[in-house]
Design a protein around this ligand. Sequence first.
Ligand SMILES: Nc1ncnc2c1ncn2[C@@H]1O[C@H](COP(=O)(O)OP(=O)(O)OP(=O)(O)O)[C@@H](O)[C@H]1O
Length: 539
Amino acid sequence: MVEARLLLVEDDDDLREALVDTLLLAQYRCISVSCAEEAIIFLQQNSSSIDLVISDVQMQGIGGIGLLKYMQQYHGHIPLLLMTAFATIDSAIAAIKQGAMDYLPKPFSSKVLLEQVSRYLMPAANASTNMSNNMSKKAQPFIHRARSTVTASREMARDLPIAADPQSLALLDLAKRVAKSEASVMISGPSGTGKEVLAKYIHHSSPRAKQPFIAINCAAIPDNMLEATLFGYEKGAFTGAYQACSGKFEQAQGGSLLLDEISEMPLALQAKLLRVLQEWELERIGGRKTIKLDVRVLATSNRDLKQMVKEGAFREDLYYRINVFPLTWPALKERPKDIIPLAQHCLHRHCDSEDVAVLSEAAKRRLWAYSWPGNVRELDNVLQRALILSTTGEILPQDLMLDDDWQPDKHMYPVDAHSASPTRQEEANAHFQAEACFHHLINPHTNKAGAPREYSDKLPKFNEINELNEENVPNFTQKWPLAQLSAEKQTQEHTLILATLQHYQGQRKSVAEKLGISPRTLRYKMAKMRDLGFEIPSG
Ligand SMILES: Nc1ncnc2c1ncn2[C@@H]1O[C@H](COP(=O)(O)OP(=O)(O)OP(=O)(O)O)[C@@H](O)[C@H]1O
């Protein structure tokens, strides 16, 4: 057995034994300990040999949450899966907020356990047979990091593409395979999607990884300087050439050269570039010596190069030479499951201390629903700004300062963007719908979100509705006449309460918890509904 090594932390001897048996039978290599403290001692000496930690939450000592905090600080790259008998959606969200990968509510079947584990690790038996496919052994650590959004270090984080959306994972997988070849790669996609990050990823995944990665932005260098910058020059080649200088091609010898925004290269220079790429040799400007090149060329463009070829703005022969392997990053809004992991990654990157700010659930929903015209770069800017505005260490929606249309049902928001189990997904959506409903954003005719935007500042905030009780209703209605007078809202609220009562077989406590209101407010609302003639299921 190789590769997939698990550390299991469980204080219940019988359960620990049963879990170890299940994992060993499934061909995972597994080490078990009976408390978080033992796990820490083990990790201090053996962290490099562990790929996943599964830990109980409720244990003597610092418990699973203490272990989570420790791992976040010292072993942030190892995913942690928590198990607890006290599972509620809230505690699950809290643990995930603090960095846990996922949450297993006890009791769970061995099938559920293995399903969860297989999302992060491959059993040893499969590991060797899958070497050549898209989950190769070497790909695993990256995929895990990408899924977990935790990064080994900020330094590494800078160049690491974070991905959780299936589309992006497939793209990275393809990029990794292309990286092994010598093919020129053309990366296209809208501005700020991460084309340069992907180019670096290809270089770092290639056999040239230890050699230089040199990037040149063809749009940022004046036309008359671009040629000299690319190909170098000899002393006296032109006015101001006081000494010989190597170009980017030479500097990239043995490694990779990224021609960023290649679409902006003047046509005359395109011809010279083509020659170099055909012959793999160049002469510096003003020089006579031929310099042989061993460089892998990567290029990016956020323009439609094919269209530019049609319009005569880009050479067709050069297009085919650099476009040997085309890769495209879609706009961020088209890979929505990347949004939250990327946002968390940006926070990690920009937090000054080890205490990384967390995203509130409401902020996550806001990020999720926004259209991101500036893609990941905009997301990064928004999070940097939010870190400055946030006063609590928790990013709230207002810290994001996004002013796009807020359309809650546009995307249903998964609790954990990349791994929501159906139940948790349903829970999250129900919660989300409840909030939207309270915000009067549901159109009763279609049952879809869509309150007119101009109403938004005339409506109460969710917490104000939460705090509604017998005493403050008069003030509330005075402050928010539109809201209270809205028969539409009443209908929606009644429907929601009845549906939730039905779902929880009338259990008031669960219903109140689900709706995010106090049991007292729920009683008050049910009494009103009874007065109106509703039949309320008994608890
Ligand atoms: N998948 C990703 N993981 C981590 N960071 C990312 C990712 N994608 C983009 N970024 C970050 O977003 C910002 C923009 O990325 P990058 O410069 O690679 O975009 P680009 O598509 O090359 O933009 P442009 O077309 O404007 O040159 C950078 O700060 C980068 O680190």
